[in-house]
Design a protein around this ligand. Structure first.
Ligand SMILES: Nc1ncnc2c1ncn2[C@@H]1O[C@H](COP(=O)(O)OP(=O)(O)OP(=O)(O)O)[C@@H](O)[C@H]1O
Ligand SMILES: [Mg+2]
Length: 212
C-alpha cells in the first residue's frame, strides 16, 4: 500500500484555503488517490465542539494562551480520531489549516510567546508534522474583502487590519524557516490559477519519490 501523505493549507482569512482544499482533493482523486479532506479547528466530533468555542463570541473571549490550549486540545483529538487513522489506511489527508495557524494567529497575531506555542506543540504532536504545507499568500485587504463578501465577520475576521498584516508576515516567516516542508503560493490569481500552482508545488515536493 502506498504511504499516506499529510498536506495542509494555511493562510489568512479569505485566502482561498477552503476553495483550494476542494480543488486539490478533486485533482488528487482524478489521479486515483484515496483522499480525506478535513479542517481545523475541528475535523473530529470532539474537535468540532471545541471549534464552536473558538469561532463564536467576542474578539476578547479567550486570552491568547487559553486559546492556544483549546487549539492544541482540538488538534490532538483531530489527529487521533481522523488524521492518523486515515494516514494508516494509506490515504492522502488534506487539511484546511493545521498547527501553523496557531503559531501565526496566537503567536505572530496575538503576541503569545512563540516558544510557549512550541512547547504545547511538542506535547500535543510530538514530532509529527505535515509532509507539505501550502501557504496561500494574499494581501489581507483582499482576503478580508473576499471573506466578508461571503458572510458576516467571525471572531478573527473582526480583528483590526494590523493583526491581519502580522498574520501574513508570520506565515511568510514560518515558510522561510521550514523550506523543506512549506511552499508559498500566490493566492491572488483565479481559483484555477491558484489550483495549478498548488498542484505544481505538490509535484515538486514528491518529484524525488516519483510524484503522487
Ligand atoms: N482565487 C480566488 N479569487 C477570487 N475569489 C476567490 C478565490 N478563491 C476563493 N474565492 C472566494 O473568496 C471567498 C473566500 O474563499 P475561501 O472560503 O476558500 O477562503 P478561506 O481561506 O477558506 O477563508 P476563511 O479563512 O474565512 O476560512 C469565497 O467566497 C470564495 O468563493
Ligand atoms: Mg475557509
Amino acid at each position: 500500500m502506498a504511504p499516506g501523505r499529510f498536506v495542509t493549507l494555511e493562510g489568512g482569512e479569505g485566502a482561498g484555503k477552503t476553495t483550494q482544499v476542494g480543488l486539490l482533493a478533486a485533482a488528487l482523486r482524478a489521479r486515483g488517490l484515496d483522499v480525506v479532506t478535513t479542517r481545523e479547528p475541528g475535523g473530529s466530533v470532539g474537535a468540532e465542539e471545541i471549534r464552536r468555542l473558538l469561532v463564536t463570541g467576542g474578539t476578547g473571549r479567550w486570552s491568547a494562551l487559553t486559546e492556544a490550549f483549546l487549539h492544541f486540545a482540538a488538534r490532538r483529538d483531530h489527529l487521533e480520531r481522523t488524521v492518523w487513522p486515515a494516514l494508516a489506511r494509506g490515504c492522502w489527508v488534506v487539511s484546511d489549516r493545521f498547527a501553523d495557524s496557531t503559531l501565526a494567529y496566537q503567536g505572530y497575531g496575538l503576541g503569545l510567546d512563540r516558544a510557549v506555542i512550541g512547547q504545547l506543540s511538542r506535547l500535543a504532536l510530538g514530532d509529527f508534522a505535515p509532509d507539505l504545507t501550502l501557504i496561500l499568500d494574499l494581501p489581507p485587504e483582499t482576503g478580508l474583502e473576499r471573506a466578508l463578501a461571503r458572510c458576516a465577520a467571525d471572531r478573527y475576521e473582526s480583528m483590526d487590519l494590523a493583526f491581519h498584516h502580522r498574520l501574513r508576515d508570520g506565515f511568510l516567516e514560518i515558510a522561510q524557516q521550514a523550506p523543506e516542508r512549506c511552499a508559498v503560493v500566490n493566492a491572488a490569481g483565479s481559483p484555477q490559477a491558484v489550483a495549478a500552482a498548488i498542484l505544481s508545488a505538490v509535484d515538486r515536493q514528491w518529484s524525488r519519490s516519483g510524484g503522487p
